[in-house]
Design a protein around this ligand. Structure first.
Ligand code: TQI
Ligand code: ZN
Ligand code: ZN
Length: 169
């Protein structure tokens, strides 16, 4: 079953049009940006929310960046595997990914090593759930289930995820 963060933080009812931006220093390719666009779509399909990319990083509601190790928020990344990414509950909008992971896009290895591959889109769909206010689910099929096996691709929302997000929005 789905869960929420303590006190059920959510984006306010008047804020259905959310913007997102990528950390300019990361210089992400359109292919990588497209993965995030697809991940946002999963959630916009089942809520009144829309997600639009903006070039203004600090002006965006949701800010996405890849970082390695200590990156100044007290939750350092840890190299390959372990923590893959973290996202903060509304209205923080911070979505950080571990730049040391062997991120996989559509089965292609972004950082070249086939060992310990992590599917970027699966992680993005999960972290966006956190950005919108979902905690973890006890349902194994759910996107918000707290573990995923290495190399697994899981990008389709389960009924449990949809029930949870529709209770919030
Ligand atoms: N990062 C954890 C996560 O996003 C961070 C975390 C732990 C967390 N407890 C939390 C975030 C409670 C919000 C609330 O769950 S992770 C997965 C999964 C991670 C894990 O790197 O361990 C995914 C990131 F579910 F597959 F294991 C993305 Cl998809
Ligand atoms: Zn961080
Ligand atoms: Zn999580």
């Amino acid at each position: 079953h789905y869960s929420f963060f303590p006190n059920r933080p959510r984006w306010p009812p008047g804020r259905t049009r959310l913007t997102y931006a990528f950390l300019p220093e990361n210089q992400l390719s359109d292919v990588v940006k497209g993965v995030f666009a697809r991940a946002f779509e999963r959630w916009s399909e089942v809520t009144p929310l829309t997600f639009t990319e903006t070039s203004s990083f600090y002006g965006a509601d949701l800010r996405i960046g890849f970082f390695s190790g200590d990156h100044g928020d007290g939750e350092p990344f840890d190299g390959v595997l372990g923590t893959l990414a973290h996202a903060f509950s509304p209205p923080a909008g911070r979505f950080h990914l571990d730049g040391d992971e062997n991120w996989v896009i559509d089965g292609d290895f972004l950082n070249s090593s086939p060992m310990s591959a992590v599917d970027l889109e699966s992680v993005a769909v999960h972290e966006i759930g956190h950005l919108l206010g979902l905690g973890h689910s006890s349902v194994e099929d759910a996107i918000m289930y707290p573990t995923i096996s290495s190399g697994t691709r899981k990008v389709e929302l389960a009924n449990d995820d949809i029930m949870g997000i529709q209770e919030l929005y």
